[in-house]
Design a binder for this molecule. Structure first.
Ligand SMILES: NC(=O)c1ccc[n+]([C@@H]2O[C@H](COP(=O)([O-])OP(=O)(O)OC[C@H]3O[C@@H](n4cnc5c(N)ncnc54)[C@H](O)[C@@H]3O)[C@@H](O)[C@H]2O)c1
Length: 273
């Protein structure tokens, strides 16, 4: 039977928690009794979120952090340990998108922009959180990295983002091997097209492309990533480590081909989303 009570009172850091997928994960963890350190650059929204969680009887605190700065990530983890007395897990979610053009059109500075946050920031989060979890004596430790379908299947026009996300998946699987004997699970969640501010202001033409491209013919909801994160944080998932789990409406499952149903009446009866 599904039982999420094991997450109660676990201390978790969620980076990039002020909006989008990170916010949904922070809310879901807090709603299930976890002690949540919400980290993001945006102070106002982050404090508002932590205040709202507290107002609903949950336990959360906001810490302003630039996750592209490894020193700031180290401070964040020390803060979490001081504030809640230990650490059980981290969700390395903060990330930016940058691209939509061929590789040669990237500037050299774009490389640092993407890698500093999407890769080095995740590395720093994993490194300092792992040390803190071991020192805390956590018995149900977990690291969850929010990668992307671009970490499983290269995305045209996203050379640097794809490189960073493939590296995050590689680092996730390696650390899973490193920590498996010591009871810390390490997994990645790989969202597909998910309705967050990453899609703010995109032209209709682009939105229609994403809808057509995704086999499920819809965008994902941030909560759909949060449910997986909660499960991975729970003791029901202690034997799951080194996985890169797509939450993408089958986007990374393979390429789409022409298909004709032999029985169109059954197709008409099939529920459309
Ligand atoms: N939305 C999608 O379609 C999608 C698809 C695949 C993967 N992802 C990944 O999911 C993660 C979250 O994306 P989202 O769609 O929720 O984005 P978002 O832009 O809605 O939220 C990003 C969050 O990261 C924070 N952030 C940005 N730069 C930061 C920094 N330097 N330090 C600390 N926090 C910072 C922002 O404040 C915000 O809270 C990212 O790693 C992204 O690559 C998103």
């Amino acid at each position: 039977m599904l039982d999420f009570s094991s997450v109660k009172d676990k201390v978790v850091i969620v980076t990039g928690a002020s909006r989008g997928i990170g916010e949904a994960i922070a809310r879901c963890c807090a709603a299930n009794g976890m002690k949540v350190v919400c980290a993001a650059r945006g102070m106002e929204k982050g404090e508002q979120l932590a205040g709202e969680i507290q107002g609903n009887g949950g336990s959360a605190v906001f810490r302003q952090t630039d996750c592209g700065d490894p020193g700031a990530v180290k401070d964040l983890i020390e803060f979490a340990v001081d504030h809640f007395g230990g650490l059980d897990g981290i969700v390395n979610n903060a990330g930016i998108g940058l691209g939509g053009f061929p590789l040669h059109e990237y500037d050299l500075e774009d490389y640092d922009k993407i890698m500093d946050l999407n890769l080095k920031g995740v590395f720093a989060g994993m490194k300092y959180a792992a040390e803190a979890m071991f020192k805390s004596g956590s018995t149900g430790g977990f690291i969850i990295n929010v990668a992307s379908v671009a970490g499983l299947l290269p995305q045209r026009g996203q050379a640097l983002y794809t490189a960073a996300k493939f590296a995050v998946v590689g680092m996730t699987r390696t650390a899973a091997l490193d920590y498996a004997p010591y009871g810390v699970t390490v997994n990645a969640i790989c969202p597909g097209y998910t309705l967050t501010s990453m899609f703010d202001g995109i032209p209709d033409e682009a939105m229609n492309f994403f809808l057509r491209d995704c086999p499920a013919e819809r965008l994902g909801k941030p909560e759909e990533c949060a449910y997986i994160a909660l499960f991975l944080a729970s003791d029901m998932a202690r034997y799951i480590s080194g996985a890169a789990i797509p939450v993408d409406g089958a986007l990374s499952a393979g390429s789409k081909n022409m298909i004709n149903w032999k029985h169109p009446e059954i197709r008409s009866a099939a529920r459309r989303v």
